[in-house]
Every structure is written in C-alpha cells, then in structure tokens.
Design a protein around this ligand. Structure first.
Ligand code: 48N
Length: 324
C-alpha cells in the first residue's frame, strides 16, 4: 500500500515512529524528508508487493536454537552463583551481581515460562507498583521512571519495572537464565565446619518444569544438575512452587521448622525482609518473600521496595560468601 494511500494522520504517526526509532537507535538517518523526518518505514521497506524475507531452511532455525541452548547448558553445568527464582527479588539480585561482578558466571533457574514472579502487577491486579524510599535508588539505577510521592514512589505499571530489570539482566554477558526450568532439589556436601549433621549447599538439581510437574504420573524422569559454591534462593512465599529451598532444608533436617509468613504489616515486613536477607546454611542465601517463611516475618502486600533491596543485599551477601 503506497504511503500516499494512507491518511495524513496515519502518515504523520508513521513518520514520528520512524523518526523516534531511528533517533533512539542513533542511526545516521539517510533520506530525510523535507520536514526533517525519516522516510516512512513503508518507504524504507520498499514496495510490499515485492516483499520477501531472506531464504531459510527449517534445520537452520533448529540448529540456531539447540546449538546455543546446549552450549549454555554445558557452560553453566559449573557456575559461580545460582539464583533460584526470577521474581522481583531474584532479578534485582541478578542485576546487582551482573553489575558488581561481571567476572562471575551467574545462572538463573526460573520455573515459569514467563520470568517476573508476582511483579507484573501491583495489588489486586492493579497495574501501578509502589516502592517505599529508599528503594527509589534502585529504580534510578536501572532507569525506571516513577512519580515521586514523598516517602514513596509509584511506577506507573509494575511491568515497566519488571521488564526493565529483566531486559538488563538478560543482556548481561555473564548472566544466563534457564526459564521453564525448576529446581527440584539442592546439591549438598557434608559441612566440615558443622561436624556431623550440617551440610554445605553446592548447587542445584533441575528439571524442565513440565517434567517436574509429572513425576507422579510418569516413570522415573531423572534430573539435571548445576554445581555452584553459592546459591541464592528467592522462590517467594509458600505456594505451588514457593518457598522451595527452605521447605527442602526442613525435609533434610537442616532447619527445625518454618515459622510461616505472618499477617500483613507493611512497616514491619519490609524492614525485616531486607535486614534478615542472609546465608541460612553454608552456601545458601535466602531473600525476598521466601525468607518470611523461615523467620515468620509479616507479609507486606502490594509494596515492592523490600524485594528490590533484598535482592541487592542477597547479591552482596553472595559475593562475600563467594570471596571467602
Ligand atoms: O515474585 P516471587 O513469588 O517472589 P519474590 O520474593 O521475588 O517477590 C515476592 C513479591 O512478588 C510478593 O510476594 C509481594 C511483595 N507480596 C507480598 C505479599 O504480602 O503477598 O517470585 C518467585 C519466583 C517465581 O517466578 C517462581 O516461578 C520461581 O520463583 N520459583 C522457582 N523457580 C525455580 N525453581 C523453583 N523450585 C521455584 N519455585 C519458585
């Protein structure tokens, strides 16, 4: 459809889009029109009548995916730090680690196809996300705009925070995410310092999430493994997949019991989660809402500052443990 066949408003919108896109890309834009805008995308593409993609063979696409996936699996079979769960806490930890320690290999294992956990919406499916100060510092660091309301800030859509931190993490050379993949156990070693019963966590046991969900109705489907001296677990509060590592520590008799997440108290909950993000057993750091299950911390409801800053603290704790 030649550009002249579209309405002036459509043409202007197209010109504006093309111009902003080119400027954002910092492209040296050729063929500017008289009023300084780039040519309409449609003109850049030439006539749609003769449009065609470059040639491809199906096996080429398959190899482009599988070659990379299995090379990544091979490379990350030994890693420096594993993060279990790519919710707001896990992603904030990954961003902090990827930024502070580009020398470390970071492997994120996320059970969902879509990373992000509970941070795609604010409360009760509302879109805005509230973070209490000083968590605005993290938003400034990753470049997420917000409305400053004094003691707190509001990101106009939670997905803007989550997609921004996710995109930055995925772009980091030293970070690899395996989503649709579940941690279904922990790798352990006897911990000499503890004497008898104590263990040190030495990595995670994984399986594709769809496989993990069918161990009851399929014959033995053994898992895969990732060796790592440090694991950060941020699997959220109890739920179908939640609180994974802390529940496993109880079943391995490394924790007496879980205190269980308590009622909602924003003020107490957020301070407690950030302050108590810590190494629970040697090699395993727990942050975010998973921590509330161990300590019996309150829940905070629809405010996410503690998730971001717990992630920052978990990352710093992991570097401390890794460098010991
Ligand atoms: O978002 P979540 O559930 O967890 P956090 O701690 O990052 O953030 C919690 C936050 O969203 C809240 O709950 C807010 C603040 N509300 C509080 C309240 O009062 O209700 O993300 C956990 C992620 C999810 O993406 C899961 O899919 C993933 O962890 N996950 C796992 N991934 C791999 N292996 C597992 N075994 C596993 N279990 C959970």
């Amino acid at each position: 459809m030649a550009p002249s066949a579209i309405s002036p408003a459509q043409q202007h919108a197209q010109l504006a889009f093309a111009s902003k896109k080119a400027q954002d890309a910092g492209a040296a834009v050729q063929d500017r029109t008289a009023d300084g805008l780039t040519k309409p995308l449609t003109e850049m593409m030439g006539s749609w009548d003769n449009f065609t993609f470059a040639p491809i063979r199906e096996s080429t696409v398959s190899r482009a995916m599988t070659r990379r996936y299995f090379a990544d699996l091979d490379a990350h079979a030994e890693t420096d730090i594993v993060i279990v769960g790519a919710g707001s806490c896990g992603l904030s930890a990954a961003y902090t680690l990827g930024t502070l320690r580009p020398d470390l290999r970071i492997t994120i294992i996320e059970a969902g196809v879509a990373p992000g956990g509970g941070a795609w919406l604010g409360g009760q499916l509302f879109s805005a996300m509230v973070m209490r100060k000083p968590a605005d510092v993290f938003l400034r660091e990753i470049g997420v705009p917000f409305d400053d309301e004094g003691d707190y800030v509001v990101v106009k859509h939670a997905a803007l925070f989550t997609s921004t931190v996710l995109s930055k993490v995925l772009a980091m050379e030293n970070v690899k995410m395996f989503n649709a993949t579940t941690v279904e156990d922990l790798i352990t070693r006897p911990d000499a310092e503890e004497g008898g019963a104590g263990v040190r966590i030495a990595g995670v046991v994984t399986n594709w999430t769809l496989v993990s969900m069918h161990h009851d109705d399929q014959s033995c489907m053994d898992p895969n493994t990732v060796n790592a001296p440090v694991v950060i677990s941020t699997t959220g509060h109890d739920g179908p997949f939640g609180a994974f590592s802390v529940k496993r520590l109880v079943s391995m008799k490394q924790l007496e019991q879980l205190e269980g997440m308590r009622g909602l108290d924003m003020t107490r909950a957020e301070d407690a989660i950030v302050k108590n993000t810590r190494e629970i057993v040697p090699g395993l750091i727990v942050g975010g809402m998973e921590l509330s299950e161990i300590d019996g911390a309150n829940r905070m409801g629809p405010t996410f500052g503690a998730m971001a800053l717990s992630g920052v603290k978990a990352a710093e704790e992991a570097i401390r443990v890794f460098d010991m």
